[in-house]
Design a protein around this ligand. Structure first.
Ligand SMILES: O=C(O)CCC(=O)C(=O)O
Ligand SMILES: [Fe+2]
Length: 335
């Protein structure tokens, strides 16, 4: 049976013109028809992958008090630890624990005149009890951001745009977020919802999953398993790339089902986003592609803004109401 989610080899994009043309064609179909595919040939080694999983396991094995010392609610940048059921998707608790990171930088001093999203810049929270985690995460951020940029260039070409058409969104300080995630097994909950059905809000998501399985994508009205393929990253399109391509590229609904009894699942989603001060470009597609573009999906419950910072802050406030209440009460009052 043909695979619904193809495996694309990014290294063939950097080879001879024939291999490159084939890669671009496959990429366009994969991203348009299902919006999900596996990426191989990305240059990240199995050792790097294993090291990251090993440190994730060590982090989640820490005593709960250690994890709570860096709870996300301490951070106006939405960085840090979220306990099981601490995050919500469409109002329902997600049965997973996670540690969120963004770009490590100083906060922007506030004088009340900057846009609210400037408060999203700032430091991460690192676990004191596991100092080895920090260099591994910082390294992963660099490695995967590079892959995302190579891939965005390929997306641009596959849409018959100049290779650097997305440069304004990632040049000089792209913005991204990532997290390490643990889904506990069925013996700890009756709930199926590891994470509820959603689309990703950024540009591109590059996900590392272990070999347990549970990620599902909605295709043709059914939920289809994204089986683990060792060494690959699972790539999916975010809503802002869908918006930029006038719906030619699809942001697809996906979810994670709670692992079976006695199992647990680890994953590392990396959300490549645009600079917070960017405005999403609207691509001018050639006629034959424009004819196939469906227009971005519009969901009245989830309006999309072309101003990236506004969009990112909107979705962070919605996912983490405790952070919103502690650090953004001014915005909650206004809305
Ligand atoms: O853990 C996964 O496999 C996917 C998680 C996910 O979709 C997300 O965090 O946006
Ligand atoms: Fe997702």
């Amino acid at each position: 049976m043909a695979r619904l989610f193809p495996i694309l080899d990014l290294s063939s994009f950097e080879q001879d013109p024939a291999a490159r043309a084939m890669f671009l064609r496959d990429l366009r179909y994969a991203a348009r028809d299902v919006g999900f595919f596996y990426l191989d040939g990305h240059g990240i080694s199995l050792d790097e992958i294993e090291r990251l999983f090993e440190l994730s396991r060590q982090f989640f094995d820490l005593p709960v008090q250690e994890k709570q010392r860096i709870e996300m609610v301490n951070s106006s940048q939405f960085r840090g630890y979220t306990r099981v059921a601490g995050e919500r998707t469409r109002g329902q608790a997600d049965w997973r624990e996670q540690l969120d990171f963004g770009i490590e930088r100083d906060p922007v001093p506030q004088n009340g005149r900057q846009p609210a999203w400037t408060r999203l810049h700032g430091p991460n929270q690192w676990p004191q009890a596991l100092p080895q985690l920090r260099p591994v995460i910082l390294d992963w951020q660099v490695r995967v951001a590079e892959v995302a940029i190579r891939l965005l260039k390929a997306f641009a070409l596959s849409l018959e745009q100049p290779e650097d058409v997305f440069e304004p969104i990632y040049g000089e300080g792209a913005n991204h977020r990532m997290k390490i995630v643990r889904y506990p097994g069925r013996e700890q909950t009756d709930d199926d919802q590891g994470v509820g059905a959603h689309k990703d809000g950024g540009f591109l998501t590059l996900l590392l999953q272990d070999n347990v399985g549970g990620l599902q994508v909605e295709y043709d009205g059914k939920w289809v398993d994204v089986e683990p393929v060792p060494g690959t990253l699972v790539v999916n399109i975010g809503e802002l790339l869908e918006l930029a391509s006038d719906g030619y590229l699809r942001a697809t609904l996906h979810r994670v089902v709670t692992p079976s009894r006695g199992a647990e699942r680890y994953s590392v989603p990396f959300f490549f986003g645009a600079r917070l001060d960017a405005t999403i470009p609207l691509l001018n597609l050639p006629e034959e592609l424009a004819a196939e573009a469906k227009g971005p999906a519009s969901d009245p419950a989830n309006p999309l803004f072309r101003d990236v910072g506004v969009n990112v802050l909107k979705s962070r406030l919605r996912s983490h109401p405790d952070v919103a209440e502690r650090h953004y009460p001014d915005l909650l009052k206004a809305s």
